[in-house]
Design a protein around this ligand. Structure first.
Ligand code: F3S
Length: 754
């Protein structure tokens, strides 16, 4: 599975000179975040400084990681890049497509059957293009990355929002859409707005019932789900260095829940210990040799207000365990206040399930501390009131905790061990009775607790806590229970109190696994065939999009004038459509079905100008496509906000939409449209949105003169024969116009011109 020590040494070899140069250019001490960012500029040695929150900067990440749900379209696109191998070390992890129902063995076997062709496809593409492949059951992407690939001072992108977990090992690791991953895998630069910086100073020390999870639950309460947007959160202080590396991972993981670009910690002894314990002593040695470059300059942490845009201070010695929820991870309640809040809000007090594990919290330390509580059930003659499940983050963790006796302890409280996969964290939990949609309470140590997230039941109230608190709450089965102060009645009718959890940070006998589940790629993949069944409904090889024909667009029909909010979920819904993420034709049947038609205020009902009848949006667009008629989509403000899902741009492109004209775009979606060879346009005069009518036929009259900074002119011919001429702005630069002309950015890469 070989982490790439040569690559890491190369990064470290450049680090000092680049960081010193950045310090000279900025004329001040640097935060860790700035050091890593300036050391990873696409141009190499820094030549200028960047304004936080303003400048878009090209970076050269060291690694890419993809999970199975998002990797499908990313790899299908990469196959078109015309490369024989990925340009940077890349891994694929099969973790999202495994449903939790019975137990690890049964569920894994079922997933291998139901998603067999997807796993086979990912395996063969990985084998062919030099990508490390982690089989189903090997573990959850972020835990596997932390155990094998993350390294202090590195930069990584991943096609999953919790890629940020690797900040626990001092990385800048950022979640992106598949199109961005394809760029980096193809050897192109990756663009990011230079982030704002939030410093979190941790004083004091964790003890007793309080865990690293409580730090981020507290931060979430302070920042709320939007407070970290556009920012990197950098943690520092004695409280940071005194906590475990995996604890730091938990904190960084849930930075996604406050909207942060990512989170990170400076290199310290806990990271060195973790690297050595996971078989990477040479990385630890290399990091030790440049340690001052892997943390902020001392002056920064001494006077953080001067160097961060915002500073938060948390005293760990005073921090209480928290439970956050329900329905949002920023509703933070210290455990001492939970009884009052639960009663006040009429939350169901009986806890039905306690679930621990996931990518957020399944370290050896987490499991050991939770097990120390489970052990007390027998020792103190208690009975666990709620059902209890564990989803280990990796086979390495699972094997090691089994070897060290923890699974036996959990067995005694009738726990179910699910597969090393996402399972209940992503709604892949076939929970018995969930379809009845009864109001109920669960507690878990995952990261997200939105409605339906765990079991699909909108009436499940999920509260997020540390694994140890979740275990204690499951034992008590009562949301009003505070293990710090309250007692339980045991089988003998005696009042007993749970002792504080304890556990080793790392396994005293080291980590182990019989088969970690890794498949190395072929040294020469040229002979490897990627097999996709042409009859498959889940996978479809992509054909390159047609290049521009060099003509103005004439006779286009208005497909839809979308009213109000139109997010990537409205454009390309998730839920049941997830299974078609690797099949562009099939998933295109969800195109814009959530968007509201401005003319009838209905979703998925637009006028087919060829027949005059109202039909589903994809059906109308397919009719235009079949007739060889181009079309245009019109939208409101912040069109395409939400996720970075490239399907929202690929589907209209695939079905023959030529342009999207809106009041304003969410930036990532605008870029995705450009990458797929579409025209992403904005009204020069927003009021022109009102001029567009349902039966309009549209021409773009100066597309042949498409150039940076030159607006395009659109003529809207109405049913009564009148014409409105509308000016549309765009933000295409020369290179992006090249994407449009070639049919897509990938076409240009494949032609060796990008
Ligand atoms: Fe999987 Fe949940 Fe993490 S979906 S990647 S375990 S956030």
């Amino acid at each position: 599975m070989a982490f790439d020590i040569e690559m890491i040494k190369k990064v470290y070899g450049n680090m000092a000179a680049r960081v010193d140069k950045a310090r000279e250019l900025t004329g001040r001490p640097l935060t860790l975040t700035e050091k890593i960012l300036y050391a990873h500029l696409w141009e190499g040695m820094p030549t200028q400084t960047f304004q936080r929150g303003k400048d878009y900067v090209d970076f050269a990440p060291d690694r890419v990681a993809c999970q199975d749900a998002t990797a499908q379209m990313a790899l299908l696109q990469f196959m078109h890049a015309g490369k024989s191998k990925v340009a940077v070390p890349t891994t694929v992890h099969c973790d999202h497509l495994i449903q939790a129902k019975v137990n690890a063995e049964t569920d894994l076997a079922a997933a291998k059957k139901s998603s067999n062709e997807v796993f086979d496809f990912l395996s063969s593409v990985s084998n062919k293009y030099g990508i490390g492949f982690w089989k189903p059951g090997a573990g959850i992407i972020h835990q596997v990355v932390l155990e094998n690939y993350a390294f202090p001072g590195g930069m990584m992108i991943g096609t999953d929002s919790h890629t940020v977990n690797a900040g626990g090992l001092g990385m800048i690791a950022i979640g992106v859409g598949g199109a961005d991953a394809v760029d980096v895998m193809s050897g192109m630069a990756w663009e990011l707005k230079f982030p704002r910086l939030i410093g979190v100073k941790l004083t004091g020390k964790l003890s007793g019932w309080t865990a690293p999870k409580d730090v981020i639950l507290k931060v979430a309460g302070i920042l709320t789900v939007k407070g970290g947007t556009g920012a990197v959160i950098e943690y520092f202080g004695e409280g940071a260095t005194s906590m475990s590396c995996t604890g730091k991972g938990t904190i960084c993981n849930m930075g996604a829940e406050v909207g942060a670009t990512t989170s990170t910690f400076g290199y310290d002894a806990s990271m060195s210990r973790y690297l050595r314990s996971t078989g990477r002593a040479d990385v630890a040695d290399a990091a030790d040799a440049i340690a001052p470059y892997l943390t902020a300059d001392a002056e920064v942490y001494a006077n953080p207000e001067q160097y961060f845009d915002q500073v938060i201070e948390i005293n760990l010695s005073e921090l209480e365990p928290h439970l956050n929820g329900p329905f949002t991870p920023d509703l933070a309640t210290p455990i001492s206040k939970m009884k009052e809040e639960a009663i006040k809000n009429n939350w169901p007090l009986k806890i039905e399930y306690g679930l621990i594990g996931s990518c957020t919290n399944s370290s050896y330390e987490d499991i050991a501390r939770a097990a120390s509580l489970a052990q007390q059930v027998a020792d103190k003659k208690l009975k666990t009131k709620a059902k209890f499940t564990i989803t280990p983050g990796s086979e390495t963790v699972r094997y090691t905790i089994e070897r060290d006796g923890f699974i036996d302890i959990f067995d005694k409280i009738n726990a179910t061990v699910f597969a090393n996969a996402c399972g209940p964290c992503i709604g892949m939990w076939d929970r018995e009775g969930a379809e009845k949609e009864e109001r109920n309470t669960i507690v878990h140590s995952f990261n997200r607790n939105f409605s339906k997230r765990a079991d699909g039941n909108p009436n499940t109230l999920a509260f997020v806590g540390s694994p140890e608190l979740v275990t204690a709450m499951a034992i008590a089965g009562d949301l009003t229970f505070n293990p710090l102060t309250d007692t339980l009645i045991n089988e003998d009718g005696i009042e007993v109190k749970l002792d504080e959890p304890t556990g080793n940070e790392l396994p005293p006998k080291g980590f182990d696994a019989e088969d970690p589940g890794y498949q190395a790629p072929a040294a020469d993949g040229s002979g490897v065939n990627v097999i996709v069944d042409p009859k498959s409904e889940r996978l479809q090889l992509l054909a390159p999009f047609e290049p521009w024909d060099g003509q103005n667009i004439t006779g286009a029909k208005l497909l839809i004038k979308a009213f109000g909010k139109c997010t990537t979920d409205h454009i390309s819904m998730a839920g049941p459509w997830l299974r078609f993420r690797g099949h562009l034709d099939n998933i295109s049947n969800n195109m814009l079905i959530g968007a509201i038609n401005a003319f009838n205020q209905k979703a998925n009902s637009v006028k087919n100008q060829l027949t005059g009848s109202y039909e589903a949006v994809p059906a109308v667009q397919r009719a235009y496509k079949a007739a060889g008629i181009p079309s245009i989509v019109v939208g409101d403000h912040n069109y395409g906000e939400g996720s970075s899902r490239e399907h929202a741009a690929m589907e209209p492109r695939f079905l023959g939409v030529k342009a999207v004209l809106v009041k304003s775009f969410a930036r990532i979606h605008e870029t995705n449209l450009k990458k797929q060879g579409m025209l992403a346009l904005t009204f020069a005069n927003e009021a022109d949105y009102d001029k567009i009518q349902e039966d309009d036929t549209i021409s773009i009259t100066n597309l042949t003169a498409f150039a940076p900074g030159v607006p395009l002119t659109l003529e809207f011919k109405h049913a009564d024969g009148t014409v409105d001429t509308i000016v549309a702005n765009h933000t295409y630069n020369e290179g992006q116009i090249g994407w449009f002309k070639a049919g897509s950015a990938l076409n240009l890469i494949a032609a060796g011109k990008a």
